[in-house]
Write a protein that binds this ligand. Structure first.
Ligand SMILES: Nc1ncnc2c1ncn2[C@@H]1O[C@H](COP(=O)(O)OP(=O)(O)OP(=O)(O)O)[C@@H](O)[C@H]1O
Length: 215
């Protein structure tokens, strides 16, 4: 499980997270909401290893990944992360992107698994495109496929469906729920959107005043 204990983070004089506790079990789905600017992305970046907390400790599957003087790199955390901006690798086609991720995880290139992921994410027709030839919605689906291709134990998603229409949102949420059901990955899903909350299910929590609360 992911266990974040007593996490505090400030930017300059601005406290963002204050003695926050969060637990995410394998196979568990948690949807996190909260006002704009309350610190949701900051929490995700801390769990991913892209920011260091000022105080507190984070463990992933029993391994301490963050503590004073210790920072385990993002790619050693077993996480699949999708941020609001897809940030695809501009020099790689979609197919090369998925193959690269799978080979970095020692999964066979071109495996049935990658075909399944591409089909589930609705990007089979896009495999030979470069990122600059994708629409915003297509780029988001590729970013999700890239995260799934790594076979993560935990999936951390920052508003993966924002700016998508209802049909596209519903389709992407189904892919995410299927992945969690099939792999028992833990899911932390940031969204303000009521339809995401109901489509994802699981637990719904809010970030208020730098801490996790029930809505
Ligand atoms: N690197 C940084 N330097 C200074 N301030 C930052 C930095 N990153 C985030 N902040 C500030 O921290 C606060 C929390 O930002 P964060 O992006 O985590 O919020 P959020 O809840 O994800 O917002 P949104 O829902 O609008 O995406 C904001 O006030 C933001 O301006």
């Amino acid at each position: 499980m992911i266990s974040a204990e007593n996490i505090s983070k400030s930017f300059g004089a601005q406290p963002v997270l204050q003695q926050l506790d969060l637990v995410l079990e394998p196979g568990e789905k948690v949807v996190l909401s909260g006002a704009s600017g309350c610190g949701k992305t900051t929490l995700l970046r801390l769990l991913a290893g892209l920011e260091e907390p000022d105080a507190g400790r984070i463990e992933i599957d029993g391994q301490l990944v963050n503590a004073p003087g210790l920072l385990i790199a993002p790619h050693h955390r077993g996480l699949g992360v999708v941020f609001q901006q897809p940030a695809l690798w501009p020099h790689l086609s979609v197919r090369q992107t998925l193959d690269f991720v799978a080979s970095a995880q020692h999964q066979p290139q071109g495996s049935a698994n990658l075909s399944d992921i591409a089909r589930a994410c609705g990007i089979e027709e896009l495999l030979d495109r470069q990122p600059n030839a994708l629409s915003g919605g297509q780029a988001r689906r590729v970013a999700l496929a890239r995260a799934l291709a790594a076979g993560p134990r935990y999936l951390l998603l920052d508003e993966p469906t924002s700016n998508l229409d209802f049909e596209a949102r519903t389709g992407l949420n189904a892919v995410i729920c299927d992945f969690v059901a099939e792999t028992a990955a833990g899911l932390l899903y940031i969204s303000h959107n009521e339809s995401d909350v109901s489509q994802i299910g699981g637990h719904h929590v809010q970030l208020v005043g730098g801490r996790i609360t029930k809505p």
